[in-house]
Design a protein around this ligand. Structure first.
Ligand SMILES: NC(=O)c1ccc[n+]([C@@H]2O[C@H](COP(=O)([O-])OP(=O)(O)OC[C@H]3O[C@@H](n4cnc5c(N)ncnc54)[C@H](O)[C@@H]3O)[C@@H](O)[C@H]2O)c1
Length: 272
């Protein structure tokens, strides 16, 4: 059981979508909030809605800035004991069209951003020896792969692996770990990603460009019918309170997760 009331929660990507949903839910449970994000206007809106919270513009890839913002948040609110590594982007390209710039951008935000959060805050939380909780937002795409999603899956599978290892390591220290593996959630991630993704892929044919555009439209509609972000926030709050490792927002990946587990088992040498 992790207490939430009166604890300080630091949420990356907290100004929009799932991060804001988590912020709202933790605020209702009595947490004090530090929200960081690249989107300054959305941070202003969150502050207007949620009242006396700490906010800062932070790119989670920037390690020095991360440490400075962590210091500032703790100076204002007190020690952070709930860390929510949630900032992320969708995007990517067919694998043979990916450039190093795109790899660095996607892995930088979706994986290094999580690593930077853990590197910044875990030593502080552990040194205080008063427990705490780390939430990492991965994805259903961190549990089962889909075609055309190599960059995203590479980062999100790593976030799941990291979270499972942390969960085992930190349990004796009373630091809980939750990995959020959402299915579709109704946020603006597709458009936000489109405006921030570097415009560099290896030259695509007009047919490939058309396919990518159509896929974006399909994804936008798919997410629009997904779980509301505030409902996801409540699921995360309950997982923190009850020290649960996994959060799934729906059952859409059920068959694929079972098929993957079965494929692993089937690939093992026969029992002797
Ligand atoms: N929406 C979905 O269907 C879905 C499904 C599975 C996983 N996820 C994951 O959930 C997380 C949140 O996504 P969302 O749907 O709420 O998206 P969103 O775009 O609504 O919110 C993401 C927030 O992260 C911020 N951000 C992006 N890059 C950043 C950076 N470098 N530094 C700091 N902040 C940055 C954005 O400004 C935005 O406010 C992401 O990690 C995403 O991969 C989303």
């Amino acid at each position: 059981m992790t207490l939430i009331a009166d604890r300080v929660a630091f949420i990356t990507g907290g100004a929009n979508g799932i991060g804001l949903g988590i912020a709202r839910s933790l605020a209702r449970a009595g947490a004090r909030l530090a929200l960081v994000d690249l989107d300054a206007e959305a941070l202003d809106r969150a502050r207007a809605e949620l009242g006396a919270i700490f906010t800062a513009v932070l790119d989670v890839r920037d390690r020095d800035a991360y440490a400075r913002v962590a210091d500032a948040a703790e100076a204002e609110l007190g020690p952070v004991s709930i860390l929510v590594n949630n900032a992320g982007v969708a995007g990517g390209a067919p694998t043979e069209k990916l450039t190093y710039e795109l790899w660095d951008w996607g892995m930088g935000i979706n994986l290094d951003g999580v690593i930077n959060g853990v590197q910044t805050f875990l030593p502080r939380i552990a040194a205080r020896d008063a427990g705490g909780h780390i939430v990492n937002t991965a994805s259903g795409a961190g549990l089962v792969a889909g075609p055309g999603n190599t960059l995203y899956c590479t980062a999100k599978f790593a976030v799941v692996g990291m979270s499972e290892a942390l969960y085992l390591e930190l349990a004796p220290r009373k630091i809980g770990v939750t990995v959020l593996c959402p299915g579709p959630v109704a946020t603006g991630i597709i458009d936000r990603t489109r405006s921030s993704q570097p415009k560099v892929t290896r030259a695509m044919s007009s047919e490939q460009r058309g396919k990518a555009f159509a896929q974006n439209e399909v994804m936008r509609n798919y997410l629009a019918n997904g779980t509301p972000p505030d409902a996801v926030g409540d699921m995360v709050r309950d997982a923190i309170a009850n020290d649960r490792l996994y959060v799934h927002t729906d059952r859409l990946a059920f068959d694929k997760i079972r098929e993957r587990a079965q494929a692993q088992i089937d690939a093992m040498p026969a029992a002797v």
